[in-house]
Design a protein around this ligand. Structure first.
Ligand SMILES: Cc1ncc(COP(=O)(O)O)c(C=O)c1O
Length: 386
């Protein structure tokens, strides 16, 4: 076919530079072990942090919702797809996050692209941490606002950019709270302080923080008591909450604006009722079973300590996400393969997901990893080391 030669050459280039990716197949459920391409391996590559993705209570809630409401939602929310369970889940999320209102989106990616580009546009400025997720980056690009990328967690740099954009019509600072690839935390109190001094809105992505922080699992904003200073709290339903989709939590006016103006909310079929029901069940479990996040913290500390004593380098993470930095993409994938050959699945993460020269194994813990699994994994990490 004419004009498609670039496909083969692009694939070749990816292979030569160690950046080629392929899909792996999982049979069975998303447990602390996985049946990966037909082999059982210890799973350190899942965001199912609390073990809810395969919890029977979520399955039962989903089945009951299908019996009562059917499978599909049939339309977008603004047409006929706004079902009882969408509103029930939104009330539950608002209560969980301690906000006036909440709004559910079909995915975190859709949410970030849509919400950022609804809040700011031409003549505005958006300030984005250099390590923010691709969906935030794309939301910034889509918005047509002036984009100021500040160094990761660098508050002096952020302040300088805020001063430089003092004449912008609207200003939005956007950051993850617990960073997905590094497992470190944004200095949210400082960000809220800077926003107040410079008249900026704050949007915080709690994709990896939802479900894991004390006191109630609502996220890092709740832990720090910063809800009042954050205009948009977002999180995903597909990670610690074990389902699929995403939410914003904030004021009723924000919810209303997004219902009216946010294209990635408006122009898409709404999530099926089963997904809503399983998420309501998941939030109930997060609230009633703090032992899940305690187990997650314990497992994370145990593996972090064990890996450090083997000489692995992990940056500043104190969370369930351990970035085991290798640097070179090819070396990183070789280490990942040596581990896999011995029974540990720790996915290598390369550019463009992370900056060049920082390829890493992104190791994620689950509340459901057992002590024998962690001990066995450490033996394997020891054997696979360069
Ligand atoms: C920080 C962050 N924000 C947003 C997303 C997108 O969420 P979703 O998977 O629901 O599209 C992800 C990952 O998937 C993420 O890590």
């Amino acid at each position: 076919m004419m004009g498609v030669n670039f496909v083969e050459s692009e694939l070749e280039r990816l292979k030569e530079t160690g950046l080629y990716r392929k899909l792996r197949r999982v049979d069975g459920d998303q447990g602390s072990t996985l049946l990966l391409d037909g082999r059982e391996v210890i799973n350190f590559s899942s965001n199912n942090y609390l073990g809810l993705a395969n919890h029977p209570a979520l399955g039962e809630a989903a089945k009951a919702a299908i019996d009562r409401y059917g499978c599909g939602s049939g339309a977008s929310r603004l047409i006929s797809g706004n079902m009882t369970l969408h509103e029930e889940l939104e009330s539950k999320i608002a209560e969980f996050k301690g906000t006036e209102a909440a709004l559910v989106f079909n995915s975190g990616f859709q949410l970030n692209t849509g919400v950022v580009s609804t809040l700011v546009g031409e003549g505005d400025a958006v300030f984005s941490d250099a390590l923010n997720h691709a969906s935030i980056v794309d939301g910034c690009r889509l918005s047509r606002a002036k984009v100021a990328v500040y160094g990761h967690l660098d508050m002096n740099h952020l302040e300088g950019e805020l001063k430089r954009s003092s004449s912008a019509r609207r200003k939005l600072i956007v950051t993850e709270s617990l960073f997905s690839m590094d497992g470190d935390e944004a200095p949210l109190a400082d960000i809220v302080g800077l926003a107040q001094r410079h008249g900026a809105m704050v949007m915080v992505d709690e994709a990896h923080a939802t479900g894991v922080y004390e006191p109630n699992g609502a996220g890092l904003i709740a832990k720090l008591g910063l809800g009042e200073g954050v205009f948009v709290q977002m999180g995903t339903l597909g990670k610690a909450l074990g389902g699929f989709g995403a939410y914003i939590a904030g004021s009723k006016a924000l919810r209303d604006l997004l219902i009216n103006r946010c294209r990635s909310f408006i122009f898409t079929t709404s999530l099926p009722p089963a997904v809503m029901a399983m998420t309501i069940a998941a939030i109930g479990l997060v609230e009633r079973e703090p032992e899940r996040r305690q187990a997650l913290r314990g497992n994370s500390a145990a593996l972090r300590g064990g890996l450090a004593s083997l000489g692995y380098v992990m940056g500043g993470s104190r969370s369930q996400i351990l970035p085991l930095i290798v640097g070179d993409a090819q070396r990183c994938m070789k280490l990942s393969q040596r581990l896999l050959d011995r029974g540990v699945f720790a996915q290598g993460i390369r550019p463009p997901t992370v900056p060049p020269g920082t390829s890493r194994l992104r190791i994620t813990l689950m509340a459901t990893h057992t002590q024998p699994q962690l001990a066995q994994a450490l033996e394997i990490f020891k054997a696979a080391k360069d």
